[in-house]
Design a protein around this ligand. Structure first.
Ligand SMILES: O=c1ccn([C@@H]2O[C@H](COP(=O)(O)OP(=O)(O)O[C@H]3O[C@H](CO)[C@@H](O)[C@H](O)[C@H]3O)[C@@H](O)[C@H]2O)c(=O)[nH]1
Ligand SMILES: [Mn+2]
Length: 747
């Protein structure tokens, strides 16, 4: 059903490319090593700047080794859903888990579309159940889902009848070409009717969203009255129930808002996922769970079948804990100005990891094996779970709900395959209990089981924790893109997101769920563990790059050099040129443009030296117990009124007063000053090792990368860097310049 390998015909054709890749990767590595050895054997080794440069460059070399290790054994898994359908008499049930958290940043209509696309999947409806976790505890979201379920009764049959590909209505109806080729009168009529109904639905949802008190909170909605989003009891509501188990009816739809109390840490998305896991375990207990964020609509209606080809493959399926689909986006801005589309990362790094122990878990678009989430080891599927099903042990690990323990035992024992006889509404009381704050006290949830707590990038440690037990994971990339979601559309939201990732990942890197620990004490294989460094060092990387950038400016201001003369300098320059040409080729070979490449290059520099740097520091504060980090939710609004990145200025850079921009502006001002000092010739005179071509090229490159900031210095309104930010940065820059110069005088 699924073949994976490096020996597939598709990949065979690519061998010239792969040889070229290896030669270039190695060549760049050799240049890096040459540069380092040049440092070691140079006469200047004793100075502090040289030493610092040596440390930073050693780090860059290490990062390069990590990247090349991750890229070198790519694998593609090809899936054949038709073979699955032939072989498997009864398909397993699949629980669909969706998280949403904020009705303002994540408008309910977006969640509604994701849910509709899930309800309309090409899969027996009685084998699916969709659970929506609402951390905003918003009656709007609930209302929107109730209305959507009414619309779904016609929408789902319509999609299946005409084999519609895009089953999220807002995407379907925004594509004007859809109804042109199809001339059947029936279709046209139904199409118009559907469009009317959808417009009606979205207007209704829009209308209540705009009102302060949207509607009378009585009847079904009474539970939402007099509550605060962060202080309320658990709410579990079954919106749709496919009681008769009708094959082509609607899947079950369940709304869950877990209990929140101000004194109780709710662990953000990880907490929400654990509640969804338990509630779904009670109600339908499907052996597989699909997890998507509220904006990730299904683009390939057969995706469940594709993923099951891998998970149920008779040869290797039993080793696979989760199947990761790529994260792709709709309405992505042309040429990816903010570096948010990750095409290259998925194509080279994640596909590369697929040939090792498997891709890391990216948090969404993932099919999980329920029992792997429950802490099972892969060999226990074959050999059974000795003694683990004892009630006492289960209660200790999974909490005290008797019903849940029963369902967990079934899931762990592999007997949860048929969900035909299950009625979700019989379990509302039990579900409410397992969604309570106290339920997890003194259990293994979030520590060893389920989604792990402690980092605001919960996905990576959760995946590592699974692979640590010896599981593999695989990518599922059918020709038709699996899911599509939204990615930040402006600089401000981009920086907020990247800051969160960097701080979450730094916490993982230094914590007990780091890849290194997984390699030493778990079953993470060496190369797989090394490739995990690519993602987990995101925060740390900033520290080295900022050091290096500061060092370069220092050299120009103080008229000293970190680049060796002669051969050493040329090594550095060739490294710079070859690296850039090579990465450009990587972009071109997968069909991306030169502008896309350049946008990503400069964004990488800007993001690493600013958002990741700030993220790294907030992680350090968290680790030292000084302050906690917060999960800032990404803005998913697509309208023209949002804070940044609205349609008419898609791709333009906007700024605000965030510390991220203070760091960026400081770096720019320091380098501009350094250039000025160099040009004016007001550097202190030095015999011998003064700053030169190396520093000049690097600084010019940096200023080019920072060009949007330079424009921001003179921009107006939201396109300009706020005056207060400029002032703060100017002070920091002056202090730095003064420090560099006074250092000279005293030395
Ligand atoms: O308290 C919270 C906070 C967030 N979420 C949900 O978590 C998801 C991801 O949040 P988003 O703001 O979209 O973050 P992104 O940075 O876009 O998400 C990426 O990074 C996250 C880790 O930082 C992963 O959890 C996501 O799956 C991954 O897509 C969304 O569905 C949210 O509704 C909650 O349910 N509860
Ligand atoms: Mn997101």
């Amino acid at each position: 059903m699924a073949n994976q390998g490096h020996d597939l015909p598709l990949y065979d054709k690519l061998w010239p490319k792969r040889i070229f890749q290896r030669v270039m990767d190695t060549f760049i590595l050799l240049l890096l090593l040459l540069l380092l050895s040049n440092r070691v054997f140079s006469s200047n080794t004793c100075t502090f700047p040289w030493f610092l440069a040596f440390i930073c460059e050693s780090w860059f070399t290490f990062t390069w080794i990590v990247i090349l290790n991750a890229k070198w054994s790519p694998a593609v898994t090809i899936t054949h859903p038709d073979r699955l359908l032939q072989r498997v008499q009864e398909l397993p049930s699949v629980d669909l888990l969706v998280t949403t958290a904020d009705p303002v940043l994540e408008p309910p209509i977006i969640t509604v579309n994701t849910v509709l696309s899930l309800l309309a999947l090409d899969y027996p409806a009685n084998m699916l159940a969709c659970y929506v976790s609402d951390d905003g505890c918003s009656p709007l979201t609930f209302y929107a889902l109730v209305e959507a379920s009414k619309f779904a009764k016609l929408w789902v049959p319509f999609c299946k009848k005409y084999n519609v590909q895009m089953r999220a209505p807002f995407r379907y109806f925004s594509d004007v070409t859809t109804n042109k080729n199809e001339d059947s009168l029936d279709f046209r009529q139904e199409w118009l009717q559907m469009k009317d109904m959808y417009d009606n639905l979205s207007q209704k949802v829009e209308k209540v969203t705009r009102k302060a008190v949207p509607f009378q909170l009585d009847g079904e909605y009474a539970v939402f009255s007099n509550i605060e989003p962060k202080n309320h009891p658990s709410i579990v509501k079954v919106i749709v129930e496919n009681k008769q188990g009708i094959f082509d009816g609607l899947p079950d739809l369940i709304y869950v808002s877990r209990e929140k109390r101000p004194q109780h840490h709710h662990d953000y998305k990880a907490g929400a996922m654990n509640v969804l896991t338990r509630v779904s375990g009670l109600m339908t207990n499907a052996p597989f769970m699909l997890n998507v964020d509220c904006d990730m609509v299904v683009n390939n209606p057969r995706i469940v079948l594709h993923a099951l080809c891998i998970l149920m493959d008779s040869q290797r399926g039993k080793e696979v804990a989760f199947v990761q689909c790529f994260q792709q986006f709709y309405d992505g801005i042309k040429d990816d100005p903010f570096g948010n589309q990750w095409v290259v990362a998925f194509e080279y790094i994640i596909r590369g990891m697929a040939g090792l122990q498997g891709p890391f878990y990216v948090g969404t678009n993932t099919f999980h094996r329920r029992n792997a989430i429950y802490g099972l080891y892969p060999d226990e599927i074959e050999n059974g779970i000795k003694g683990k099903l004892d009630d006492k042990i289960l209660i200790q690990q999974f909490g005290s709900s008797k019903e849940f323990i029963k369902s967990a035992a079934q899931a762990l024992g592999g007997t949860a395959y048929s969900a035909n006889d299950i009625t979700p509404s019989n379990f509302i009381e039990a579900a409410t209990q397992v969604a309570n704050c106290e339920y997890e006290y003194d259990t293994f949830w979030g520590k060893q089981l389920g989604w792990l707590y402690g980092s605001i990038s919960e996905d990576v440690p959760t995946g590592l924790n699974i692979q640590r037990r010896g599981w593999r994971s695989e990518c599922c990339t059918p020709d038709l893109i699996a899911f599509q979601g939204c990615t930040p559309r402006g600089l401000i939201s981009t920086m907020i997101q990247k800051k969160r990732w960097a701080s979450g990942l730094a916490v993982v890197f230094f914590g007990k769920h780091s890849p290194l620990m997984g390699m030493l004490f778990g079953k993470i294989q060496f190369r797989a563990g090394l490739s995990y460094f690519w993602i987990t060092t995101w925060g740390l990387r900033a520290l080295f790059l900022v050091c290096y950038v500061a060092l370069l400016a220092h050299c120009m201001i103080a008229n000293t050099s970190i680049f060796p003369k002669g051969l050493g300098l040329w090594t550095a320059i060739s490294l710079f040129v070859i690296y850039n040409i090579y990465t450009l080729l990587e972009y071109l070979t997968i069909g991306l443009s030169i502008t896309h490449w350049w946008n990503n290059q400069r964004m990488c520099v800007m993001r690493t030296t600013t958002a990741l740097f700030v993220g790294f520091f907030s992680a350090m504060l968290q680790l030292s117990g000084i302050s906690d980090t917060v999960f800032d939710i990404t803005d998913k609004k697509q309208s023209t009124s949002d804070a940044d990145g609205n349609n008419e200025d898609a791709g333009r850079f906007t700024f605000d007063e965030s510390p991220v921009f203070v760091v960026g502006t400081t770096i720019l001002l320091v380098h501009l000053t350094a250039m000025l000092i160099m040009f004016l010739g007001s550097q202190p005179t030095r015999s011998g090792n003064g700053s030169g071509l190396g520093e000049f090229i690097s600084s010019t490159y940096l200023i080019l990368c920072y060009w949007p900031y330079l424009k921001g210095l003179f921009g107006r309104g939201k396109y300009g860097i706020p005056l207060s930010t400029i002032c703060k940065s100017a002070v920091f820059a002056l202090v730095f310049v003064h420090f560099c110069r006074s250092n000279i005088v005293s030395s």
